[in-house]
Design a protein around this ligand. Sequence first.
Ligand code: RIB
Ligand code: CA
Length: 309
Amino acid sequence: MKPRKIILDCDPGHDDAIAIILAGKNPAIDLLGITVESGNQTLEKTGRNALNLVQYLGLDIPVCLGASEPLIKQAEVCPAIHGESGLDGFDFDPLQRTYDPRHAVIFMIETLMQSQDKLTIVTTGPMTNLALALKMEPSIKDHIEEVVLMGGSIAYGNVTPAAEFNIQFDPEAAHIVFSSGCTVKMFGLDVTRKVLVLPEVVQRMHKIQTKSSELFVKLMTFFNATQKQVFGFEGGPLHDPVTIAYLIDPKVCKLDFMHCDIDISGGSSYGRTNCDQFDYLKLPKNTYVATAIDVNRYWDIIESSLRFY
Ligand code: RIB
Ligand code: CA
């Protein structure tokens, strides 16, 4: 089986970091590059975190800085969950790695247009970079296999009652992507809140004793503490790696095809993913939405990926 060629667009972020671990050395994935934007923290911090991660994990892939602000809204970063650095809880060695000089949007467009094969774009943060790329060079749509994203929810939000962080951070960007005509696969809170990093998960990964498992344990220890403080969870929901886990083993999630649009009206549901699960509106279906997850299979994928380092 040929590895899936992907670009990972993210805002590291504790759970983004685990997504990078999964994508970095799993033989099912060919990680062509990491593009970064503001989200969990400012661009300066999310970018630095991405460089620290590829350096620590020994990944020889380009890291490109992208959008520092959403398209329309003001940036509202999230230190309450990810800390002041955006990746609190782990001490990295002095940073040697540097950024690829290309802007994330240019890197995305160039890599897509020059690739013989169609590429999968995975987003685990706000979708500002991808939206800008689609507007700057609409023909990249023909070079995108699919967009696989962590974000949204059929049910509740996690930053407002209605909206999930990645979508709500830049609703207009999400609207551009969901209405682009690309194949969109959405892994939202409906499934990610089912994969909590409970103490037994931390202990299981601690036993692996690799560089990546040490990173997992330390980052998740911090992440669990803030998730407990903010949401009262016994373990943090390991949101972002669900995207990569799906690419590694599609049986990990059940997807249902439905119409989904983004509330950009600016009201109390601003940034909500309106997923028409029961086809009330009879609108054209445009999104594969994850509606179930095999939790045990997911932790098996996480464990096996940690063993590649
Ligand atoms: O709502 C969860 C998402 O918001 C995750 O991607 C997390 O990293 C934050 O960006
Ligand atoms: Ca993220």
